[in-house]
Design a binder for this molecule. Structure first.
Ligand SMILES: Cc1ncc(COP(=O)(O)O)c(C=O)c1O
Length: 408
C-alpha cells in the first residue's frame, strides 16, 4: 500500500497519516490493546522549556516531581555555557567511538574529574548510564560465572546480566542472608559478581553496602555498584553512597550516570586503572558506539566542579526530603522503606497509581505513575523525585495534596 503523506505544515514538515499496520506488524495493535486493558499503556507527553522547579507538560504548568534533576543543574545556564564552549572548541558530534577516532579532550578532562571526585585511579565515559551497566557486566562475567543481582536492580543491570550469559541468581531486595546462601551455593563458578544499585530508583531505599562488602570479601566476589541516583546527592564530596557509607575499599566497580544529579548526560565506570584498561578492550558499548558530544562532556565536568562549590544543595535536598517523608509517614501514607530524595507513594494497582498521578496533576503537581514492569505486580506507585529546586513550602503543599487525595 502506498504511504499516504499529508501536505507539508508551515515549517515544511510532512507527517504521514495513520495507516493500517503492514501485515507482519499487525500483532502490535492487539498487544497494545492488551496493555491498555491492563492499565499499562503509557502516555506520550511533550515538555516545553527546560527542566526546573516547574514543568510545562502538554500545555499544563505543573510543579515538577518527575525528573531526576536532583540538584537543579539540568536547566542551569552554567552547564549550557560550558556545553556551548566545549562544542565550539571541539565541534558538536564526537564522530566515532573513542577507540577508533581518539578521545576528545573534553572527555579526557571529564574522566579525570570523575576519578578525582570518586578518589579512584581512573574512569571511563559511556554514551549513557544504561550502556555503562550493560557493557561493564558483560565485560566482567561470562557463561562460567555467577552473577548475584538484587531483585529491584535497574533494567540496565538486568539486561547486562542477560548479555553476560552468566548464571544469574536474583536475591530478595537487600537480603544479605539470602545472598550469603546463594553465593555459598555458587559452587564451581569461575567468578562471582555481586551487582546492586546503591540508591534504588523506584523504592528510594539504600543498599546495605557494608554488609555487601563483607559478603564479597568472604566469597571472593567482585562487588559492582550503580550509583546512578546517588551521584551528586550523597557523600562529603558528592560522589555517592560508597563515599557516604565509607565503603570505598570494599567496592571494586563503581558505575554512575551524569544524567541525574549532575544534570548532563552519559554514564561512567570508575575504579582501578587496570579495570578501566580492561573495559577499553571489552566493553562493547564503549568500543562500538559513538561517544556522546564533547560539549556534553564539558557540561558534566562543569557540574562536577559545581558539586564541590555548592555542597549546600545536596544537604538541603536531603534534609527537606527527610521532613517530607516523615510528614507522609505520620499521616499514614505508604512510602515503603524510602530513605532519600526518591519518595514512592505506593498504592498497589496500576489504575490507582494513574488515578493518584492524575489527581495530583489537577492539583498542580507532576508526580508520574510507575507501573509494572518498572515495579513488581501489586506495587504500582506515584513517584515523587525531589529536587533542590523545591522549597519547603512546595513540599508541604505536595504532602498535603497526597494526604488529602488518599483520604478522599
Ligand atoms: C539505577 C539506574 N541505573 C542506570 C540508569 C541509566 O542511566 P542513563 O539514564 O544515564 O542511561 C538509570 C536510569 O534511570 C537508573 O535508574
Amino acid at each position: 500500500m502506498p504511504c499516504r503523506i499529508d501536505p507539508p505544515d508551515a515549517e515544511g514538515h510532512r507527517t504521514p497519516a495513520a495507516a493500517p499496520l503492514p501485515a507482519p506488524l499487525a500483532w502490535i495493535e492487539g498487544a497494545i490493546a492488551e496493555l491498555r486493558a491492563a492499565g499499562l499503556e503509557r502516555p506520550h507527553r511533550v515538555r516545553a522549556g527546560r527542566q526546573g522547579c516547574l514543568v510545562d507538560l502538554d500545555g499544563r504548568t505543573l510543579l515538577n516531581f518527575g525528573s531526576n534533576d536532583y540538584l537543579g543543574y539540568a536547566g542551569d545556564v552554567r552547564l549550557t555555557k560550558a556545553a556551548s564552549k566545549g562544542s565550539c572548541a571541539e565541534g558538536f558530534g564526537a564522530g566515532a567511538s573513542p577507540l577508533v577516532s581518539g578521545q576528545s579532550r573534553a572527555h579526557e578532562a571529564l574522566e579525570q574529574a570523575l576519578a578525582g571526585l570518586l578518589a579512584v585511579e581512573a574512569a571511563l565515559i559511556f554514551p549513557s548510564g544504561f550502556a555503562a551497566n550493560t557493557a561493564t557486566i558483560a565485560a566482567l562475567a561470562g557463561p562460567d560465572d555467577v552473577i548475584a543481582s538484587d531483585e529491584r536492580n535497574h533494567a540496565s543491570i538486568i539486561d547486562g546480566c542477560r548479555l553476560a550469559r552468566a548464571r544469574v541468581v536474583v536475591y530478595p531486595h537487600r537480603d544479605l542472608a539470602a545472598l550469603d546462601a546463594l553465593l555459598a551455593a555458587a559452587g564451581t563458578a569461575r567468578r562471582r559478581l555481586i551487582v546492586t544499585d546503591t540508591l534504588f530508583s523506584m523504592d528510594g531505599t539504600v543498599a546495605p553496602l557494608a554488609g555487601l562488602c563483607d559478603l564479597a570479601r568472604r566469597h571472593a566476589a567482585i562487588l559492582m555498584v550503580d550509583e546512578a541516583h546517588a551521584t551528586g546527592v550523597f557523600g562529603q564530596r558528592g560522589s555517592g553512597l560508597v563515599e557516604e557509607l565509607g565503603c570505598a575499599d570494599g567496592v571494586h566497580v563503581r558505575v554512575g550516570t551524569l544524567s541525574k544529579g549532575l544534570g548532563a548526560a552519559g554514564g561512567f565506570v570508575a575504579g582501578h586503572a587496570q579495570l578501566i584498561h580492561w573495559l577499553r578492550h571489552t566493553a562493547r558499548a564503549w568500543i562500538f558506539s559513538t561517544a556522546h558530544p564533547p560539549g556534553v562532556a564539558a557540561a558534566a565536568t562543569r557540574a562536577i566542579r559545581l558539586l564541590g562549590a555548592e555542597p549546600e544543595r545536596r544537604r538541603e535536598l536531603l534534609a527537606r526530603a527527610e521532613v517530607f517523608r516523615l510528614r507522609l509517614r505520620r499521616a499514614g501514607v505508604d512510602v515503603a522503606a524510602a530513605e532519600a530524595q526518591i519518595v514512592p507513594i505506593v498504592v498497589g494497582a496500576p489504575a490507582a497509581a494513574v488515578a493518584l498521578s492524575e489527581h495530583l496533576a489537577d492539583e498542580g503537581f507532576f508526580v508520574p505513575a510507575i507501573r509494572p514492569p518498572s515495579v513488581p505486580e501489586g506495587r504500582s506507585l506515584a513517584r515523587a523525585s525531589l529536587s533542590w529546586h523545591h522549597a519547603p513550602d512546595d513540599l508541604e503543599r505536595l504532602a498535603t495534596a497526597i494526604i488529602h487525595a488518599r483520604v478522599a
